[in-house]
Structure formats: structure tokens, C-alpha cells
Write a protein of this length. Structure first.
Length: 339
């Protein structure tokens, strides 16, 4: 039996079954921190967690030739000027960009993108920094179906993980890695934060995940200064708390990336970024040596060169691509990719 062919007045489909990259829902809206546990988080973490970074729509179809999305969006805040510069809806599959349409903030609007021949799966990335609320979607020429479930990969980090200086949501390194592996990437990157907050570790511990990746530490050099012994103990405690909820879940820790101005410059507690990186790596290796066979380490120092940094700290699009590929390789080498 062939599919029905919805006309221009076809009913809107509930977006929730199509949403991917969702950690928690708060009154139907995707959020990136537990809404029942926000009071224990630093203000900057809570503020970034309201942005739906990494949240997207994934679907298949046998006959639709276009997809329409009904949405509500707001004006981006001033701290988001580096992300999502074009404010567009972008249609992707695992092979690359298929189409893009630029939008303006609106109390309510509809965007339409043409679909190529083939069933998909397709991924539709909304303009994250407009905090879009997806109200509905529908196929033109045929219905849409939610994409099949994929392994759930939860990634925690700072602004680099959140994707700063990538020019599109799909260009951030977690999106790159997730697309290559075919995983459901859940982006819990918090710009300016991610300093090893133990409340965050407890939230991660309780969050369903098939694979976990941690990539924090650079903000422990400057934004809130840590000493090397403090970061060593923080890393140990962070991993201990995660393991209480995920005792056997594959977990990859990526230590801080190259930051030329910080590598040999002491912070207010006398720690260089190099010393902080060493402390994180030592804490991870110590736990592996103690018997945690589902934990792996990817040293971050040499993953990127200065040519990959847009501002001396955050990767450009090429840097995010290189980093995403390096994480893919590390996950596969550790046997965490399911292959």
C-alpha cells in the first residue's frame, strides 16, 4: 500500500518523537541541565543550559519531497554572537549539507526545505541561538517518520564543546563525531563554565547514556583558577560520581586542548594550563590503572595546531572537524564505537 500524499493543509506532527540530542525536557522544551536540580548549579551553567545546543530533528520518509517546520524563535543574546551567525535551518544527512534556509526571529513562522530523493535519515538543525521552540513538522507529498533510535552519546565540556566559533551547529565537533558514528549526540557543553562542578557530575550520573565523553578543564586556568592538586582531586571526584550511575558505560576523557597564552603562564594559584592538563590526565590514568577498563584518555595538547584556533582558544570550523575526527579515532581505538 502506498503512503497518503498530504496536501498543503496536512496536519502538523508532534515534534517530540523527532527530537534528538535531548537531555531533559522542561514543560516540553529541551534544556541541558536537570530542571529539578538547577539551584545547585553555578549561574553561568544554568544560563547556558537554557540554549538548545545540539537539539535537532531527525526523520525518514518514503515519498515526501519537502519538509515544513512550524517554530517560534527569539532574538539571540549578546553572548551568542559567535555562534550560528546565519540563523538558518540546515538539512543534513550523514554525507553532508543538503540545503539551508535563513530565518529571522518570529513569534511564530513556518520554514520549508526541499528533500532530495531517498528515504534518509535526514537531520534538520535549527538556529540554536534563537532558542527555537519547534511547534510541529510535516512532510509535503508524504508523511514523515522519526529516525530509528541510535546509541546515545552524552558529551560534557565548555564553550569548545558547545561549539563556539563554528559557523553552523552541524560544524561543532560533537556534531561531527556523532554524524560519523551515527550516534545521538547530546551536547552538554556550557560556555564559560564546565569547571568540574560536582553537581553536574551527579546529573550526568543519573542521565541515560550508552557512551560518555568529558572535555573540560580550560576554564579552570582562568575563569575560576584551580591549582594542579585541586584539579587532580576534582577529576577523581567527578569520575567517581559518574561511575556511581554508569559503572560500566564507556567513558572517554579529553584533556584541555592547546591554548598558547596559557600553556606556560601561571594562573592566580600558580598553575599553568600544562600543569592542569597533566593533573587531569594523571587522575584519569590512575583510575584506569586501578581497574576501570571502560575509561579511556585522549590527551588534548597536540590534537590541534595554532592554525586551527580562531581566537587563540576556540577552534575554527577546520579545527572542529579535526577534533571530531580525533575523538572518533579515540573511541574506535578504545573499542567504544560498537564495531
Amino acid at each position: 500500500m502506498s503512503e497518503p500524499s498530504p496536501g498543503p493543509d496536512a496536519p502538523w506532527q508532534d515534534p517530540e518523537p523527532f527530537l534528538r540530542g535531548v537531555a531533559w525536557l522542561d514543560k516540553g522544551r529541551p534544556v541541558r541541565a536537570d530542571p529539578a536540580d538547577t539551584m545547585r548549579l553555578p549561574w553561568d551553567t544554568g544560563e547556558r543550559a537554557t540554549l538548545p545546543i545540539g537539539v535537532r530533528l531527525e526523520f525518514t520518509t518514503r515519498s515526501a519531497h519537502a519538509v515544513e517546520v512550524r517554530y517560534r524563535a527569539t532574538v539571540p543574546g549578546p553572548t551568542d554572537a559567535l555562534r550560528d551567525l546565519a540563523h538558518g535551518f540546515a538539512l543534513w544527512n550523514r554525507h553532508g549539507l543538503l540545503g539551508e534556509i535563513f530565518t529571522e526571529p518570529a513569534a511564530e513562522s513556518v520554514v520549508r526545505l526541499e528533500l532530495p530523493r531517498g528515504s534518509g535519515p535526514f537531520t534538520l538543525h535549527p538556529p540554536e541561538t534563537q532558542s527555537p521552540q519547534i511547534l510541529g513538522l510535516r512532510g509535503v507529498g508524504g508523511p514523515l517518520a522519526p529516525a530509528p533510535a541510535a546509541p546515545r552519546w552524552v558529551v560534557h565540556g565548555d564553550s569548545i564543546t558547545e561549539g563556539w566559533w563554528s559557523t553552523r551547529p552541524a560544524h561543532g565537533w560533537p556534531a561531527v563525531t556523532g554524524r560519523i558514528l551515527g550516534w545521538d549526540a547530546v551536547n552538554l557543553g556550557y560556555a564559560g563554565a564546565a569547571r568540574g562542578e560536582l553537581a553536574t557530575a551527579e546529573q550526568l550520573s543519573a542521565l541515560p547514556a550508552d557512551v560518555l565523553t568529558l572535555a573540560f578543564g580550560t576554564n579552570c586556568w582562568s575563569r575560576v583558577p584551580y591549582s594542579a592538586p585541586l584539579l587532580y582531586e576534582t577529576t577523581r571526584a567527578f569520575l567517581d560520581l559518574i561511575r556511581q550511575g554508569h559503572p560500566r558505560t564507556p567513558l572517554l576523557l579529553v584533556s584541555p586542548l592547546l591554548r598558547p597564552d596559557a600553556e606556560r603562564t601561571p594562573n592566580r594559584l600558580g598553575a599553568t594550563l600544562g600543569a592542569l592538563r597533566d593533573a587531569m590526565e594523571r587522575a584519569t590514568r590512575d583510575r584506569i590503572a586501578a581497574g576501570d577498563g571502560r575509561l579511556a584518555l585522549l590527551p588534548g595538547r597536540d590534537l590541534l595546531g595554532s592554525e586551527h584556533l580562531a581566537d587563540g582558544l576556540h577552534p575554527n570550523d577546520a579545527g572542529h572537524q579535526v577534533l571530531g575526527l580525533a575523538v572518533v579515532t579515540a573511541l574506535r581505538r578504545a573499542g567504544f564505537d560498537g564495531g
